[in-house]
Design a protein around this ligand. Structure first.
Ligand code: PHE
Length: 455
């Protein structure tokens, strides 16, 4: 079954709830549980959280609404939609299409790490993994293991996409997602009761303005796009299957609250867990894999709890990787007029080409190779989140603000019969705030990265 039929049925069948759940299924993933907490820890805790929330209710809202409305207005996915609205902007669709192709391979590497941790807890090695970091470092700096787990995660994603059994996976994940939330809350409560957790809680919730840097905003902005699946054409595709009578504004609010809420909770669990377990905040991508096993180790029934936790995270991750792969496959299929199977094989080849170096770049045999100072995985993460997505978002804003005009999208939003309440916010953010901020943030961050200024 193609993505289109899945979405079409979904849209026609359940209206708003179906749409929100589908979009949330794509949005909630490793971005919320793995990426958000480690960035929050790295970029100053409370200040990162504050910047993120401000960006989510302004940029996040306006951009997500714009993308969904562009999709609904044209009934087309990114490349076709921009082309149909204005030929000069076709390149934005193409640029947006490159983003998921860069993210998918390394997403599957991290998905593989989650799969490995399911195995760790299932085979009674939980204690070994609770050593504060060496176990994880040894694992990711190996060769066969990171590659093997990456293959497994990629293969599972590909099988679902090839066989078209997304519906089944979604049905399961509708049960798994609420369970994951309950579990995160439970673990958070446990963490709070541990000595040392309070320092982490304070670090996470109380903004310390001395930690503020231009890169904090860039990191928060990139994370926002990543987490809400923005600036990569995905929401345009989702919007293209949305019926005219569905209220876009309130749907966007729902998705936004859902996505940000889960990220917030994940941070609330992991950041205090770091201080409670005596770890350090700068563990980067490994934070979740280092801090949580230590917490589970001290818990009654911790092995089972850890096992269930990683299984639930795995489900959140696989629904997102399926959505990523679906997107890339349908782009390849439409662009090059190929069959679905051939398109899938091409996408698999891209994943192997970019994913294998990513899997081996975290202390492994390819760690020595740096691209502008980053190893492969970090480079793909940086180039997609901090460069391409802000650029796509910037051009989208300019396009909507000055070529298509916000009025056109507001009228599209009001097709459902309800007024678009946040019209002014939408217009001001799209026309002025977002473009100016994105240019400033990108500019400052480049200068900062080059060492020209320190902010
Ligand atoms: N938003 C997903 C996450 O937070 C990642 C993703 C991006 C999934 C784009 C699909 C499309 O993990």
């Amino acid at each position: 079954m193609s993505e289109n039929t899945t979405l079409e049925k979904r849209g026609n069948f359940t209206g708003k709830i179906g749409f929100v759940l589908a979009a949330a299924g794509s949005a909630v993933g490793l971005g919320n549980i793995w990426r958000f907490p480690y960035l929050a820890a790295e970029y100053g805790g409370g200040i990162f959280l504050l910047v993120y929330i401000i960006l989510a209710v302004t940029f996040g809202f306006a951009l997500m609404a714009a993308e969904i409305l562009i999709g609904r207005k044209t009934g087309l996915s990114a490349i076709g939609a921009f082309k149909a609205l204005d030929k000069r902007f076709s390149f934005v669709g193409v640029l947006a299409a490159i983003v998921p192709a860069i993210i998918l391979p390394y997403y599957c590497v991290i998905g593989g790490w989650v799969a490995k941790y399911i195995a760790v807890f299932a085979t009674g090695k939980a204690q070994a993994a609770a050593d504060g970091g060496d176990y994880f470092t040894n694992f990711i700096s190996g060769t066969a293991e990171p590659i093997g787990w990456f293959f497994l995660f990629l293969a599972l994603t590909a099988v679902v996409v090839l066989l078209g059994v997304e519906k089944g996976v979604e049905r399961v994940s509708k049960i798994m997602m609420p369970l994951l939330v309950v579990m995160i809350i439970g673990i958070t409560v446990y963490v709070f009761c541990q000595p040392g957790a309070l320092a982490g809680l304070k670090y996470y919730l109380v903004p310390d303005f001395s930690h503020f840097k231009a890169t904090t905003v860039l990191a928060a902005m990139g994370q926002l796009f990543y987490s809400m699946s923005l600036a990569m054409g995905i929401m345009i595709t989702y919007g293209s299957y949305m019926k005219k009578d569905v209220n876009v504004e309130s749907s966007v609010h729902n998705i936004e609250i859902f996505d940000t809420g889960i990220a917030f909770l994940a941070g609330l669990m992991i950041v205090p867990a770091v201080t409670a377990s005596g770890g350090d905040m700068s563990k980067g991508p490994g934070l979740m894999f280092v801090a949580l096993p230590k917490v589970f180790d001290g818990m009654f029934g911790g092995t089972v709890i850890g096992l269930v936790f990683f299984i639930l995270v795995f489900f959140a991750a696989i629904t997102s990787s399926i959505s990523l792969m679906e997107t890339v496959v349908s782009i390849v299929k439409d662009k090059f007029k190929l069959s679905r199977t051939v398109s899938c094989i091409i996408v698999l080849a891209i994943c192997l080409l970019l994913g294998i170096p990513s899997a081996l770049s975290n202390g492994g045999i390819l760690s020595g190779i740096k691209i502008i100072g980053y190893g492969f995985l970090d480079f793909f993460d940086f180039i997609s989140n901090s460069v391409l997505m802000p650029i796509v978002a910037l051009i989208t804003c300019i396009f909507v603000g000055y070529v298509l005009k916000p009025k056109a999208l507001i009228a599209e939003a009001e097709e459902c019969g309800n007024k678009f309440k946040a019209k002014r916010l939408f217009t001001v953010v799209i026309k002025y705030i977002a473009p100016i901020c994105i240019v400033l943030i990108l500019g400052f961050s480049v200068l900062e990265a080059m060492g020209v200024i320190t902010v």
